[in-house]
Design a binder for this molecule. Sequence first.
Ligand code: 6PG
Length: 478
Amino acid sequence: MSAQIGVTGLAVMGANLARNFARNGYTVALHNRSVAKTDALLAAHGHEGSFVRTETLAELVDALERPRRVLIMVKAGAPVDAVIEALVPLLEEGDIVIDAGNSHYEDTRRREAALAAKGLHFVGIGVSGGEEGALLGPSIMPGGSRASYDSLGPMLEKIAARYDGVPCCRWVGTDGAGHFVKMVHNGIEYADMQVIGEAYDLLRSGAGIGPAEQAGIFTEWNKGELSSFLIEITAEVLGHTDARTGAPFVDVVVDSAGQKGTGRWTVVSALELGSPVSGIAESVFARALSSQRDQRATARQVLTGHEQQVAVPEGFVEDVRQALFASKLVSYAQGLDMLGAAAKEYGWDLKLDEIASLWRAGCIIRAELLDEIMKAYAGGDKPANLLFAPAFAGAIAAAVPAWRRVVATAVALGIPVPVFASSLAYYDGLRRDRLPAALTQGLRDLFGAHTYRRTDAEGTFHTLWGGDKSEIEAVDTH
Ligand code: 6PG
């Protein structure tokens, strides 16, 4: 029997996606560089559905119905290129190569163009939800040609998570759009985790609330507007006791956070797009700072904090909840704003309501909030920024007093809250009537004749700083 899809790369994500397809009634051809992994998968899960065992890529390709669909799930970077190189000579016009890893969207754009020139479809899909999601229903963000989605989309939608019966899978745009959207998802994921971490630190170091008690607080928070997967698992992690020591698990884990790259890529791309994703950037930098263990050890010896021993204000736990919610909203607003900027830059027709709808279930940042975000962009009157949507403008305004109290308290106590504070600065920066950018422009004009525009006249100007300081009209040099 011909298989409807082939999967090469059977580490846990690839294996679970293959099982998911099979459990949903598809015949799945399996391939892995070492056959032992294929056999292990078949031994443990072969009964779950219809699989075809293959030992080489040529056998994999031969096992597939046409157009062939081959899903690659190997480590991002050179390994993906190596598989493509081996696969392409075996394929025929119209076949579809799918990269389901966390590839960089520029790689995906390059690969898509190269394969399109050979008459092949290359589809970069963002897959979120971790190992369990891959098996039981991930959120899927497919890019590539629209035509390829006609053949591939129904299968992806079948294995995807569902929210109110709607699959969390939808074509998001051409070439690298799927991987770009997944990358920004991960940027938001970083920020989401960092704001949770800041809330935990404030409650622990500021209010003296231990992990076990905090587990209860996060469980409560998960019942309200913060309801989300990450808040839910925060309660689980904080409530966990280390079996070896009996200590709270969080106290035996080394406090240096790793990263595989997608958060960093989000920030690099945002810098190139000129997109102010300050909360996401701070969360990437917070991980980087946490990893500078030697410098941190020295800093504890040589740097003085002059913390003020202030008592946390009454109602602090609720204040922290509100500050967390407001900062989280800002991260989502910044991520979605960046998607808007990327759509213009890369010619993608990214629909923010549809992207929010994909994130409502299956993915790591799934949250109640995303249904509201989807609705905010669903109408004809799309907000230029998520925070301008009436529902969110009202929600964040309600949180501002608590947010300011929390940031002020954190500063006084010397508890770093980079995302709480930078998100508040973004919010204030957006709202401010006059920004000191006017002075920046003056300085740039003085030292580099970079010119400026006036508030009271059209045109571009330069002041003759080295001469009589008169003003002349100039060519805009930005
Ligand atoms: C997901 C996750 C997943 C993974 C990333 C981030 O959506 O399922 O984002 O892709 O957790 O690799 O990992 P790092 O924190 O290591 O960058």
